[in-house]
Design a protein around this ligand. Structure first.
Ligand SMILES: [Fe+2]
Length: 373
């Protein structure tokens, strides 16, 4: 066996209502946090109040982190942190809020432009980050990755370094109950994509495999239930754990062609990440199905499909997409057909495409986009 490093968030608190139990952990991290939140649902749901009760003292609030955070948001939040004299970061929201906080931490510690760190290695440790996801999808609370949009280059930068790993993840299913069905569906399909791509990737390891299969099992059992019964606390809890396992899996393996192809859709047309992955997952699974068939069989078993052929996995995932309240075609998002070649080129050149189990030609990537146009 080749050797490998397994990276994981050191502390994970989980369970219904656990948000109200984090005060002792926060006290270990410093006196004054900067709290990043998104568009307002965290405040409206009363969760912000519960969080502030655990902060027990002075804090700074950075509100309004947009989805798909860009360079300007990261710079503004880093500046606000320094101006307020904070000691650590708390990010409460979807993957976008968590990603913005990770990137802000990197800038706070190391300075420079966030785009520098696409290639430069951060030299200093980021301030501690407490990650509190309110969606069940990105797994950002347990990954070294942050995705930041650079509007000038129409590019979604994937910046990864172990210094970006949160210090504490707080998984409270109650925070995910208010997710509307379409967000539940999109984020859940993102998580399923993480688990599957990590399992099929060239970078898979025996330890990442354990988490991939655990995630696939949890998500296959609970995604439809969570989308159809938003208040089903058991399904919400299982999805939150499932996406966490999927995050652990791809953090220690990689994502692959689905993510390579979804990034240009986000960068050019603002297609939400999970929705883009959901559309792409069935066709990429079909494209890959001649490779690693023993792994398709293991996934089929985790999904409890009752068949072991690769085609059965493809059918199952396509069927899942069919039943979820999501758009199915690129044209539904106003994507222009004439942009498909340049998106195909970007996807083909993306590192995630290079570790896909089947190595695509650029024209094959184009054909895949075209097939769901
Ligand atoms: Fe993703």
């Amino acid at each position: 066996m080749e050797t490998a490093m397994f990276l994981c968030t050191p502390k994970v608190m989980h369970g219904v209502g656990v948000l109200s139990e984090i005060a002792p952990q926060l006290a270990l991290l410093g006196k004054k946090p900067m709290i990043l939140i998104g568009g307002g649902s965290f405040r409206r749901s009363g969760a912000l109040e519960a969080l502030l009760a655990s902060v027990q003292g002075d804090y700074a609030l950075f509100e309004g982190v947009p989805s798909d955070p860009d360079v300007a948001t990261v710079e503004a939040s880093a500046k606000a942190y320094v101006a307020a004299g904070c000691d650590y970061l708390i990010a409460a929201g979807g993957g976008s809020v968590l990603d913005a906080a990770k990137a802000a931490g990197l800038l706070i510690a190391n300075g420079g432009d966030i785009a520098d760190y696409e290639t430069a290695v951060p030299q200093k440790a980021s301030p501690p980050l407490v990650a509190i996801p309110t969606t069940a999808g990105t797994g950002s609370e347990v990954t070294k990755w942050t995705i930041i949009t650079d509007p000038a280059r129409k590019k979604k930068m994937a910046i990864g370094h172990e210094s970006l790993m949160p210090a504490l993840a707080v998984l409270d299913p109650e925070l995910t109950l208010s997710m509307p069905p379409s967000v539940t569906a999109a984020t859940g399909m993102d998580a399923l994509t993480h688990a599957i791509e990590a399992y099929l990737s060239d970078k898979a390891t025996p330890l990442s495999d354990v988490w991939s299969l655990a995630a696939i099992k949890l998500i296959a059992k609970n995604l439809l239930i969570a989308a159809e019964e938003p208040q089903n606390s058991a399904a919400r809890g299982a999805m939150l754990l499932g996406q966490f396992c999927a995050g652990l899996a791809f953090n220690n393996s990689s994502v692959a062609l689905v993510h390579a192809m979804s990034r240009p859709l986000g960068a050019y047309y603002g297609v939400p990440h999970g929705e883009a992955n959901a559309m792409l997952l069935p066709i990429v699974l079909e494209y890959n199905q001649g490779e690693r068939q023993e792994r398709y069989a293991a996934m089929a078993e985790a999904m409890e499909i009752g068949e072991t052929e690769a085609e059965a996995v493809v059918r199952y995932v396509a069927g899942l997409l069919e039943r979820l309240p999501l758009k199915k075609r690129l044209s539904d998002y106003g994507v222009q057909e004439e942009d498909l070649p340049k998106m195909a080129r970007d996807a083909y050149n993306n590192g995630s495409a290079k570790v896909n189990p089947r190595k695509p030609l650029e024209m094959e990537v184009f054909a895949l986009y075209k097939s769901i146009y």
